[in-house]
Design a protein around this ligand. Structure first.
Ligand SMILES: [Mn+2]
Length: 490
């Protein structure tokens, strides 16, 4: 198998595995068609049905962009992420937990060795237009415009010199103008942005697109697992066992990912804002991970594009917000964050964690525990409380025993059906801050909610009380090797 070190080698590896990658030479319009097609091919996640788990896909013939290709759905399957990170799918949370605990800092390589600068387009060129250079899809016909959905935004704290990398939704608004959305609530780049704004200085940001999938996943870690000052690129280094390579940008004082397909070199203008749907007036931004289209905001910060650099024949990477790809990117770091917290507090009481697709990777976690003695009764609820501390955007925790397959949502709901009584096993936690994109967390929905983005979180304890375990034994079938009868299936 080819070693994965960038987007191209990731695609090469998938091409070696049956059913993991398809290509089309039929022309596709980045305006609504690429996402429209992939919805049927393999988006999954919280996308409206019909959709399914399927292969990743490459569009070789992109309307208006003769030199480019577009890759989508690279991470839209847990099994596929396993192939790309060299790990069994059910162990991915543990692999990320190890990586984030054993980071390897990125290194800088000379520009002459950085593939991302094979071609350089400067914004001082009179023909420069980021919309013509970067084939960013408009995901639905209502969207505010073309969005860079897989851009690794890299910037530096102007006071401490500390670095951060995060993925933000970036809308191409003009020939050298991009709007940048920050979810309110102290995202690390937003803290940097406020510091630059106070100094009245533009903030250099490099946006690297089309990179090693380990970087896309590691960049989705958040506080408290990766607090302010933790460069998530070091976690990507930990995942691969070698450092991420960076190089110096051409026009701004910042580094970018050396093997990226595209780098958009930008400066965030202090005190400048733009209405997100300035070009469409639809009131809509783009499809977001909870499965609904995000509202266009009246005021979002403005990036001034200074240059676009690319590899030769670059491959644009994109994601459908509500797809399984988001579940992988957000959910795996969340699983790792919860596991890390549980290990520290409760040793190995928690067996595994699954941030299931129905929560978009953020809102729902299934936690599997093993009660071995009377003293373990109640520890499962302590485990749930720890999970809420490990990740603040968690809404629902489902607790199951060791004989339930936590990755099989049917098995989890079976546990809820036969091991759960709502009056004693449903634990509501009202008035807790959640996330602005979750639409039921709004005063209009419930009188208990004081502000938009506050929720009644809940624990669903679907575990058997320890002293009653004997009454809840699942049917035991004869242990044998089925391959004797149907070798073609096993
Ligand atoms: Mn961070």
């Amino acid at each position: 198998m080819v070693k994965v070190k960038d987007l191209r080698t990731a695609l090469e590896r998938l091409a070696e595995i049956p059913g993991q990658l398809v290509e089309t030479n039929v022309e596709a319009d980045p305006h609504a068609e690429i996402s429209g097609v992939y919805r049927y091919v393999g988006a999954g996640g919280t996308v409206m049905r019909p959709t399914r788990e399927g292969p990743a896909m490459i569009f070789n013939n992109v309307k208006g962009h003769p030199d480019a290709r577009v890759a989508i759905g690279l991470l839209a399957s847990r099994r596929r992420v396993g192939y790309l990170l060299d790990e069994a799918p059910e162990r991915l949370g543990f692999k990320l937990m190890e990586a984030v605990s054993n980071p390897i800092e990125p290194v800088e390589i000379p520009q002459s060795e950085a593939k991302c600068q094979e071609i350089v387009h400067l914004s001082t060129d009179p023909d420069f237009d980021v919309r013509k250079l970067v084939p960013a899809p408009t995901n639905t016909e209502e969207d505010a415009g073309p969005y860079i959905t897989m851009g690794l935004c890299y910037a530096t704290d102007p006071e401490t010199g500390e670095k951060d990398v995060t993925i933000h939704r970036l809308c191409l608004q003009g020939k050298d103008i991009i709007s940048m959305y920050f979810v309110p609530g102290g995202r690390h780049l937003d803290i940097f942005r406020e510091k630059y704004a106070k100094m009245g200085k533009p903030m250099p940001i490099s946006v690297s697109i089309g990179v090693d999938p380990a970087i896309c996943i590691a960049s989705c870690f958040e506080s408290p697992t990766t607090p302010l000052g933790y460069n998530e690129l070091a976690c990507a280094g930990g995942l691969r066992g070698e450092p991420v390579e960076l190089t110096r940008c051409k026009t701004i004082d910042e580094l970018c990912i050396a093997n990226a397909e595209y780098v958009v070199e930008c400066e965030l203008a202090p005190g400048e804002f733009i209405r997100e749907d300035i070009n469409t007036n639809t009131g809509k931004a783009m499809p977001e991970f909870p499965g609904y289209i995000g509202a266009a905001l009246p005021e979002v910060p403005v990036l001034k594009v200074k240059a676009v650099t690319t590899r030769k024949s670059p491959i644009m990477q994109t994601v459908i917000g509500p797809s399984e790809e988001h579940v992988s990117m957000a959910g795996l770091p969340t699983e790792a964050s919860i596991l890390l917290m549980e290990r520290r507090a409760l040793n190995d009481f928690v067996q595994n964690v699954y941030c299931a697709p129905f929560g978009g990777g953020k809102y729902a976690a299934v936690i599997q525990v093993k009660k071995s003695a009377p003293i373990d009764e109640g520890k499962q609820r302590q485990a749930a409380l720890l999970a809420f501390s490990a990740f603040r955007e968690l809404k629902h925790v489902f607790l199951v025993d060791e004989d339930v397959d936590l990755f099989d949502v049917n098995d989890v709901i079976w546990a809820m059906t036969t091991r759960f009584q709502a009056d004693v096993d449903l634990i509501p936690i009202p008035g807790v801050r959640l996330h602005p994109l979750e639409p039921s967390s709004a005063p209009a929905y419930s009188p208990s909610i004081r502000h938009h983005g506050i929720a009644c979180k809940a624990i669903f304890d679907c575990t058997v009380p320890f002293e009653q375990k004997d009454r809840f034994k699942r049917c035991v079938f004869k242990d044998l090797d089925p391959a004797k009868w149907v070798p073609e299936l096993f």
